[in-house]
Design a protein. Structure first.
Length: 328
């Protein structure tokens, strides 16, 4: 099927999982915009991610759709909505029976995705080899849109981050004018990627004791209580912001920081959007979860990885963090 770029008016792009995975689709969105310059890009996103989606310059419209079981009535309403929008192309970036079916029932003529989860409903598809972890997630996403001739040389992750959105919080914690902020994200949604939290506590103490920094503990609402338990009572130079910021505010705080230290998690990619270096802690024995696939993309970043996370010492992470911080 020949696709005439000038005839494409509306493109649906589906990536409704967690925010870190979502952000790594920005170059694929840019590629679609570069190829189909007149088209509107309509993004289907998790409701928790919509505030970040609004900061991506390539997205023209957002549809919220949580990654969960939806009743038939909701699916029918979505199908009706998509039919009314006259979508020309659907790009389904996270394999989904639901969206393979919905895009077909919506009458979208060009349907792109992976050859799994009812891939027979797609018009353009490739095998899903992400489990091999032989390239970065950004490259996997670009590989998919290349099926319809979309590509870009620009792999950066721009967000229109608003500095003033954190004015009140920054004043409350006296960090609005600091030039020595470092962010620490001790958490991950996947236990097999978790560096021991006690190591993070020891690292936090060492960082504020031996470097002239102010340390911000970051995390979501579900991590707020654990952050309080592990990091309360430490130096006054350690500020616990876990659970206190929205994703937009977190992006703005990260933009003020000189460095993020983190397990493999969403803030690693948000830091790349903010343009700050990351020291990231990874396992190297699981290709699908490796730094080759999920590592930070911001300049001057560093990765520390071993097959057993418990073998990575506090001193190793501290020394690498100090190098990156002082290399400003």
């Amino acid at each position: 099927m020949e696709i005439k770029a000038k005839a494409i008016k509306n493109i649906l792009i589906v990536r409704n999982d967690r925010f870190g995975e979502f952000l790594l689709n920005i170059p694929a969105m840019r590629a679609l915009k570069e190829k189909f310059g007149q088209a509107r890009l309509i993004a289907v996103v998790n409701p928790d991610v919509k505030e970040l989606a609004r900061l991506i310059p390539f997205i023209d419209e957002i549809i919220e759709w949580r990654q969960k079981g939806h009743p038939l009535s909701e699916k029918l309403r979505l199908i009706s909505l998509l039919k009314n929008k006259q979508i020309d192309i659907a790009v389904i970036l996270n394999p989904s029976k639901e969206f393979n079916l919905i895009s077909w029932l919506s009458g979208i003529p060009v349907r792109i995705g992976y050859n799994r989860k009812w891939g027979f409903l797609l018009t353009h598809k490739i095998e899903d080899r992400k489990y091999l972890g032989d390239k970065h997630e950004i490259e996997y996403n670009l590989e998919l849109v290349r099926l319809i001739g979309a590509n870009t040389d620009d792999k950066t992750l721009p967000l229109a981050i608003e500095d003033d959105i954190i004015k009140n919080l920054a004043e409350e914690f006296a960090i609005q004018d600091s030039n020595n902020l470092v962010a620490l994200h001790p958490w991950t949604s996947d236990p097999i990627k978790q560096w021991p939290v006690n190591n993070f506590r020891e690292l936090a103490e060492k960082l504020v004791r031996e470097l002239d920094i102010k340390l911000i503990i970051i995390g979501g609402r579900t991590e707020s209580a654990e952050s309080e338990r592990f990091f309360s009572g430490l130096s006054g130079k350690i500020i616990n912001l876990a659970g206190k910021t929205s994703l937009r505010q977190l992006a703005a705080f990260l933009k003020k920081c000189k460095l993020l230290i983190s397990c493999d998690s969403g803030p690693v990619h948000l830091a790349s959007c903010a343009g700050i270096p990351v020291v990231a802690i990874f396992r190297n024995d699981l290709p699908e979860k490796s730094s080759r696939r999920w590592g930070p993309r911001s300049p001057r970043s560093a990765v520390i990885e071993k097959s057993k996370l418990s073998d990575i010492t506090v001193d190793e992470v501290f020394n690498r963090s100090r190098e990156v911080f002082l290399r400003r």
